[in-house]
Design a protein around this ligand. Structure first.
Ligand code: EPS
Length: 388
């Protein structure tokens, strides 16, 4: 079974992770992980630290032999360049007594009996998601061997909503590193950038919606047999655990609640009938005897993958650290005060999408390794071929 434990403070020496359960024989290239890390750093509206200080790169410390996984735990670290900079310049980390509404500041101080908010932010900060993305990249390297690919795009920022262009793997790959908001609708994207500029000038932040799609997922991952093993429930938890995510939906999500039953599901047709849908790649599954013309279910029925792309959406709140301060209280005096202004980002929706890809990839890899149950890649691939 795949599992991970991540650690590291936002302004400490490094983020680290230990990943267990990978089969032996897998190649995971540093360059591939670093590309994923760089994608998380990008997106219009990121703050000064992301733009000019960090250049996240993974360093593997264990789990490999001659460039392939051993089947033993993989350990990695991602140094915080901000830490090195502070060490050299003698700059002290900021401390503050007035909690930011929306951040973990207040509840964290009370829970851990701290005397100021900085220690809370050290771990509650979304800086931790760099390690999540590194873990997800390792999962993606495994999934790729089975023809499964996980990609994301931005559907909205503030009130600006992208049109409904079909998110095919080809289109998603094309916008992946080249576009400022990783949005399929160029016109909407332009408006998003302008909106972010306005928000930046005003000292406020913006939220939005990202969508993660997994293509080539075989039929049969997950189960309806126990509530906590339903794959839609697990994916929801995974995406909800990304900092700033306040809602998650699967497939058409809440849109189906506005429809009647005739327009809420995905009818099933014998294979051969033209589906009108572009091919999504991946290996043929034992489900290849049928096709669907819609995917409102987001590839999940009864908590089990149904052979269609798995689709999960995450809804991100505007992050809580803002130059235009919200009202709060001073923890030392108990008197009203304005929330601390802590150097931060204006909009993180594209970055959250990359983190979304990472957690979805991890969950699918975990399900796949459980399903195929083996400690070496070759056997896993053989079983996959036999089954699907
Ligand atoms: C964050 C504040 C900023 C962000 C950080 C999240 O960090 P700092 O206070 O050091 O400037 O840049 O995000 C990251 C560093 C990252 O890698 O995503 C916060 O308060 O959550």
């Amino acid at each position: 079974m795949l599992r991970y434990l991540l650690a590291g403070e936002s302004h400490g020496p490094a983020l680290v992770g230990i990943l267990g359960g990978f089969p032996a024989g897998l190649i995971i290239k540093n360059k591939f992980v670093d590309t994923e890390l760089a994608l998380r750093q990008q997106g219009y509206g990121r703050g000064p630290r992301m733009q000019s200080i960090e250049k996240d790169q993974v360093e593997f410390l264990s789990g490999f032999w001659n460039g392939r996984t051993l089947g033993s735990p993989i350990a990695f670290k991602i140094p915080n360049l901000d830490y090195e900079l502070r060490r050299r310049t003698g700059q002290k980390a900021q401390r503050w007594q007035v909690p930011r509404p929306g951040h973990a500041d207040l509840a964290g101080v009370i829970r851990h009996r701290y005397t100021d908010c900085a220690p809370v932010a050290e771990r509650a900060s979304a800086r931790s998601t760099a390690a999540t993305v590194a873990a997800g990249a390792c999962a993606k390297a495994l999934l790729a061997r089975f023809g499964i690919v996980v990609l994301s795009h931005v559907r909205s920022v503030g009130q600006i909503v992208a049109d409904g262009a079909e998110p095919t793997p080809e289109r998603l790959r094309r916008i992946r590193s080249k576009r400022p908001m990783r949005c399929l609708d160029a016109k909407a994207e332009k408006k998003m950038v302008t909106l972010i500029d306005e928000a930046m000038a005003e000292g406020v932040t913006l939220g939005g919606e990202f969508e993660v799609l997994a293509f080539g997922v075989p039929v049969g991952l997950g189960t309806y047999c126990q509530p906590d093993r339903r794959l839609d429930a697990m994916l929801s938890q995974d995406v909800m655990a990304i900092p700033a995510v306040k809602a998650v939906s699967i497939g058409a999500g809440l849109e189906v609640s506005f429809e009647d039953g005739q327009n809420a599901h995905d009818e099933i047709f014998p294979a051969g009938r033209s589906s009108g849908r572009p091919s999504v790649g991946g290996k043929p599954t034992f489900g290849s005897g049928f096709v669907r013309t819609t995917n409102r279910a987001g590839g999940l029925e009864g908590g089990i993958t149904n052979g269609e792309p798995v689709i999960v959406r995450g809804f991100v709140k505007p992050i809580s650290s803002q130059r235009k301060r919200l009202r709060s209280i001073n923890l030392k005096t108990g008197q009203p005060g304005l929330a601390a202004w802590v150097r931060s980002d204006t909009c993180v929706v594209p970055a959250a999408g990359i983190v979304g890809e990472a957690v979805v990839a991890w969950r699918l890899a975990e399900q796949l390794t459980t399903f195929l149950g083996s400690a070496d890649l070759k056997t896993m691939l053989g079983r996959f071929k036999d089954l699907f």
